[in-house]
Design a protein around this ligand. Sequence first.
Ligand code: MN
Length: 331
Amino acid sequence: MSTTKTPEALLARLRRGRRFVITSHTSPDGDSVGSSLGLARLLRGLGKAAWVWFRDPLPPVFASLPGADRVHVGTAVPAGFPADFDAAIVLECPSLERTGLESSLAELPVLNIDHHLGNRLYGEVNWVDSAAPAVGEMVYRLTTELHVTWDRDSADLLYLALASDTGGFRFSNTTLAAFEAAAAMMRAGASPERVTTWLYESQPVSAVRLLGEMLPSLELHAAGSIATVVLTREMFARAGAAPGDSEGLIDHPRSIAGVVATALFKELGDGRWKISLRSRGSLDVERIAQGFGGGGHRNAAGCTLDGPLPAAQERIIAALVAAREADESHG
Ligand SMILES: [Mn+2]
């Protein structure tokens, strides 16, 4: 769990390479988007070419980020791929498959930068630091080693990555390193107010309407310690919501007094359900997600299950109750 130093092999690759493709996981979140756009900007500042390529579109709230309009989206390879690129930088992905672009990316040397404990070390160079509060914080340390000059936009993008993964500096990964990186980003011109606007005050109205659809589904279990909510495709349709509009909705049931774990069941169609799990403190939802073929972090994880919904709920709630009991008995 200790903080690892940036590998020399990674620095050498970045110094030597001239053209990079940067990618992250499907359904990109604040850390993956902020880190990718921020790193691309910083590499360009070193005179290199850097393209951000995601399989999925950015969530609507991130549409106005600097560089968001230049992101290459989809499974079709960008122009000149792979011949015109020296390496693929993969951020925040425990496995190459999490990119959704694995068959293409395998054609380039892969530089793997991540903070997930179970990272499979699939890169030619691997830098995995499970103590890092966000990949954005790792990118900050990396660029310090590369003597990059920061501009206001890159500082804002990396601050966004950090603020997003720490839940606005509230979660258990809000470490001294997180605040030290945040201070450095502010010195480089980051504006917490601007980032807050992007993160929390740029919702399309459909996302707020979707919240309204979700709240009546709230149920409490295990003496009020576990909260579950549901988002069906019908609710998305009624709210006029896009897939990315459910981002962050799981934080609402988590705000209830006494709730230590939350599960959001989102209907995928084809009878399957995507389950997002959140927890407090030492209650480990990553292990639950892994038990169902998913993954994540200790306090934020996810998996996919077959329906029908009541059966999927029963399995997840039973696992959460067991995890909570195990957690309590360990004090
Ligand atoms: Mn992250």
